[in-house]
Each structure stands twice: as C-alpha cells, then as structure tokens.
Design a protein around this ligand. Structure first.
Ligand SMILES: Cc1cc2nc3c(=O)[nH]c(=O)nc-3n(C[C@H](O)[C@H](O)[C@H](O)COP(=O)(O)OP(=O)(O)OC[C@H]3O[C@@H](n4cnc5c(N)ncnc54)[C@H](O)[C@@H]3O)c2cc1C
Length: 463
C-alpha cells in the first residue's frame, strides 16, 4: 500500500491538469488543488498497512447487510476520492456479475483488474457523463460524433478512444479513469458501447479543473468549505490508446447500460448516505439558530423544524431499508436494494431545497450579512458587533455570528450553491431515479390491492 507521501509523489507522472488558464505541474504544491491532494493523502495514511499484499479496510467487499452497513458508516467518514474508488470497485464487480454468463472473458478481465488495482493501492474516479451535445439526439446522430466517448480505431493490441466526460469529481487527484457509457446503446452504436480503464497520465488525456473553494485569505469566514473541497474535472480523451487488458466492453451494445446502472446504484447509495448526515446537520443548524434568536418555542418555527426532522428521518429510513434489504450476487457480494436506494435518493434530493428554505426562513438576514471573524476582533468595532449580534445573556454575539457564518458557508455561498446543484444532479438527475424506482416497484401488487378494496378481484387476472 502507499503512504500519503508516496501517493503525493505518484501524482508527478506527467499528467495534463489545467486550472484557470494554466497547466499545473505541481499538484500537491498548488495552493488550491493541493488542499484536495492533502485530504486524499490523509485518506492514504489512515488506511495504510505495511504488510505485503495488504488491502485498505475501505475496500472490504460486503457479503451481508451487516457488512454493507459497516461500509456505509465507514464511508461517511472518508474523503471523496477514497469513497469513489470504493464505489468504482463495487461498480466493476457488480457489472462483472451481470455480464458473466454471456461475456465470461470480459468478466474475468474486470476481476483481474480489480485485484491488480487493489494491490497497487490506486485511486479510481468515475467517468460516465458525456458532453452529450444535442440532448434530443442519440450518440450516433450527433452533428459532432465525439459528443459521446467512442472508439475511433481498433488495433491488434487495443483501442483508441475520443470524447469528453464532464463534471468528474476528483479526477485530477486520481490514478485511474473508469470510463463507461452513460446510457444504453442500440445496434449501430457499437463504437459508443465502450467501457475501459484509462490511466490519468495516458497521452491524450487532459483534465480541466473547477472548484467552489473559497478565495478569501481568512478561511475562518468559511468554517466548512475553507478546509476541504473537491475539484471537478472536465476530462478530455483526445485519441487515447487503451490496451486490450483494460477494455471491458467494446461493441456489445446490449451490455452498455449494465455499467451505468451498476454505477448508479453505488453512486446513489453514497449520495443517500451523505444526505442522511446533511439532513441531520440542517436540522441541527435550524434548532441552534432558533435558540440563538430566542424563537425556539414559537409555533411556526417549531413546525418548520418538525417537518425538517420528519424528512431527515425518512431519508435515514430509506438508507436503512436499502441496506437491510440488500441482494447477493452469484459470488456472494451484497449490493443495496435498488428501490429503496433510488426512492430515498430522490426524496432527499427533491426535498433538500425545502430543508434549506426552512433554515433560511428561521435564521434571518444575518445568514448573509454577519460581519467577519476579523471584524469581530477589530478593536474599534468588534465589541459593538458582539453587542448587537448578541440576543440575550446566554447567547454572546461571537457565538451567534459564527453560527451564521457556518450556515452561510454550508447553504448560501459558493459551497452551498455547489451542494444545491450537486444533490440534484450527481448520480444522475431526479428523472433517472424516478425511472429506476418505477422499474423496481411492484406495481402489479399495487393494482391487485386497489382491485381488492374495490371488490373487483375477478378483474385481477386481466388488469
Ligand atoms: C458536482 C457534480 C459532481 C459530479 N460528479 C460526477 C462524476 O464524478 N462522474 C460523472 O460521470 N458525472 C458526475 N456528475 C454529473 C452528473 O451525473 C450529471 O450532471 C447528471 O447526470 C446530468 O447530466 P448533465 O449535467 O449533462 O445534464 P443534462 O443531461 O443536460 O440534464 C439536464 C436536464 O435535462 C433532462 N434531459 C437531458 N436529456 C434528456 C432527454 N433526452 N430527454 C428528456 N430529458 C432530458 C435531464 O433529466 C435533466 O433534468 C457530477 C455532477 C455534479 C453537479
């Protein structure tokens, strides 16, 4: 396994990373992108074991609901790169299981790759979302055929791919790009039915990073986003060669969606478990600021917080149901229940803005306008700010001001905006979760119950 320092050194591999107009040669040393590298390096140190052949505990493949629950709880505490590596490994193993009967060689390749990557302790990110061009048109109908990643050349020893995958979390800090189709493909779209593993430093790979990381010098004004962030990569594959042993799908359109569906499941489980924590934090902020404002007993404030509590509890219940009702693959790997995962992720994403609305409604305008920590410390005005930001003997102005900073940072500033969009889009938009929920819901059972209560059981056979 690698230590944090070895991981940092491994990023000096000739990769092409760009940020705000410049190519970045020293990622760990970069004042903004280096913050992400540091948090990933801490992830390496946390799981490091010196023995030969050791594998990090975050990689443990769950074999029961109990294992799955333990992994979900562990992953609530790991950095994003460590988490997406695990979700990628689980995606690959789930996909291998699903293609095994018809493509046994491809499934064996996937399993060999997973063993290799675990042994080398590399980090993987998920490259699924294509640039997609005109959304009303299929990959093969685009004016520019490169709008979906596709094979442009087949050689005896591998393939050459071209295209771009957008919004790829932590791409520049990783080693491996798990490049898979974003949706199902039809006969005629064989070149687009491609799944493969691409090293980040492959010739032709270019990553352009963006981030919400605050640019203020005094990070105390950003108590949450000032200490961690995760850049998203605009990943370009400009004629990239991929050797055969790294190609898991090439042309078998029937299986193109298997990878996306497998990823969707693990990604949404990750999204759902992150939301469970988020929702409790939002309830916590709402109660704290209500108390600091002296409004915790006012009925409309209590009602809003009760509604927030109910939503937090429903999101937590969906996660619990997804884990408890997990399924086992043919080789005994536990994967979460599709219906509870997708319905829970949908509910969490759809109600997030309501949670934030209640918090903003309860909190008041100081969420946006509370003076900075440095102003609180200013000799001329600091004591006056503390006086007027205080509400009563037990609530000092310093405490209440810092609470407002945290709420702004978490929900109403650059990071808050990122969170609002990410909750909806990451793991696929709301529409994607509606489709999967519908596909796994037992609608025949619902119809039967409706006919029974209407005393129309005899129509059950035909309905
Ligand atoms: C912060 C962040 C991190 C992310 N991380 C990753 C990552 O690590 N890896 C990764 O692969 N992706 C990642 N994503 C991408 C995410 O999965 C996509 O944003 C999402 O799937 C939507 O795709 P899109 O952005 O291209 O939007 P669009 O596809 O343009 O969707 C916009 C809207 O149009 C609708 N729509 C689009 N096409 C059609 C159609 N043909 N018919 C009907 N309705 C349609 C959608 O349902 C949606 O409502 C991330 C996104 C964000 C915001």
């Amino acid at each position: 396994m690698m230590t944090g320092d070895q991981y940092k050194a491994s990023l000096d591999d000739g990769r092409h990373v760009y940020f705000e107009g410049s190519r970045i040669d020293d990622l760990p040393g970069h004042p903004i992108l280096g913050v992400k590298v540091d948090s990933s390096a801490q992830g390496y140190d946390r799981f490091y074991k010196p023995e030969d052949g050791a594998v990090g505990d975050f990689m443990v493949v769950p074999r029961s609901a109990q294992d799955l629950r333990a992994q979900v709880e562990l992953h609530e505490t790991v950095d994003l790169l460590t988490h997406v590596t695990y979700a990628s490994i689980m995606t690959l193993l789930t996909a291998a299981d699903r293609i095994e009967s018809e493509l046994p060689e491809n499934a064996a390749r996937i399993r060999a790759y997973v063993e290799d990557v675990q042994r080398k302790d590399l980090r993987i990110v998920q490259c699924i979302t294509d640039s997609k061009g005109d959304r009303s048109k299929k990959p093969g109908q685009q004016e520019d055929p490169d709008q979906y990643v596709h094979v442009v050349e087949r050689r005896p020893d591998g393939i050459v791919i071209r295209g771009a995958k957008l919004h790829i979390s932590a791409a520049s800090a990783s080693h491996e790009l798990m490049t898979i189709p974003t949706k199902s493909m039809k006969p005629g779209e064989e070149d687009y039915a491609v799944a493969c593993m691409v090293p980040v430093n492959s010739p032709g790979v270019k990553i352009v990073d963006t981030t919400y990381y605050p640019r203020h010098e005094d990070k105390r004004h950003y108590p949450i986003s000032g200490s961690h962030h995760c850049p998203e990569g605009f990943v370009i594959f400009d004629n990239v060669f991929v050797p055969n042993e790294r190609v898991f799908l090439d042309g078998q359109t029937k299986f193109a969606a298997v990878f996306a569906h497998s990823l969707g499941l693990w990604e949404r489980l990750g999204g759902l478990s992150a939301m469970v924590a988020d929702y409790d934090i939002l309830v916590g902020f709402a109660q704290l600021i209500a108390e600091a404002n002296g409004l915790e007993r006012i009925s409309h404030v209590r009602e809003k917080i009760s509604e927030m509590i109910i939503n937090a509890t429903l999101v937590r219940s969906s996660l619990e149901a997804a884990v408890e009702n997990c399924h086992l693959t043919s080789d005994g790997v536990a994967f979460p229940n599709e219906l509870y995962t997708n319905a829970g992720k949908y509910h969490g994403a759809a109600t997030y803005s309501l949670m934030v609305r209640h918090l903003h409604d309860i909190g008041g305008g100081s969420i946006m306008t509370a003076p900075s920590v440095a102003d609180l410390e200013n000799e001329d005005v600091g004591y006056l700010i503390r006086k007027y930001m205080g509400t009563k003997q037990s609530v000092d102005g310093n405490y209440r001001t810092r609470l407002f900073h945290a709420i702004r940072d978490y929900t109403a500033d650059s990071y808050g905006g990122w969170k609002a969009v990410t909750n909806i889009q990451a793991g696929g938009g709301l529409y994607a979760q509606r489709i999967v929920s519908r596909a796994h819901y037992d609608i025949d059972h619902a119809k039967k119950l409706a006919l029974q209560i209407a005393h129309m059981d005899d129509y059950a056979e035909t309905a």
